[in-house]
Design a protein around this ligand. Structure first.
Ligand code: FES
Length: 111
């Protein structure tokens, strides 16, 4: 069975070395991400754009100014992704297609 995926969100929030953010800030950010993905119905397999996957990762090799979120396939890396920033990133970037410029710390391309 194939699953259509619109975005995959990789969040370094509770890294074992806790190098990029305070673990409490990271935990709150991850909890908010789970809550908002559900609330905005982004895991719905009937979603025409595809589902939004989320994964907690141990390190994205930025290691400062976290929590760090990488959004695939856009190659957009956000820094300072506290719980307060999660909803705006989901609504504006993931749903609206407009990345939040001021919070971007890196861009990568796959072509
Ligand atoms: S510990 Fe978060 S990017 Fe390295």
């Amino acid at each position: 069975m194939s699953l259509r995926v619109s975005h995959h969100l990789l969040l370094c929030a509770t890294a074992s070395k806790a190098a990029c953010c305070n673990p409490d800030v990271g935990k709150a950010s991850w909890a908010r991400l789970k809550e908002m993905v559900k609330q905005l119905d982004l895991e719905n397999v009937e979603r025409p754009e595809g589902v939004v996957l989320r994964s907690k990762v141990d390190c994205l090799r930025i290691c400062s100014d976290g929590p760090i979120m990488l959004i695939w396939p856009d190659g957009i890396w956000y820094g300072g992704v506290s719980a307060e920033r999660i909803e705006a990133i989901l609504r504006e970037h993931v749903i609206g297609g407009q990345p939040r410029e001021g919070w971007i710390i890196r861009r990568t391309a796959n072509k």
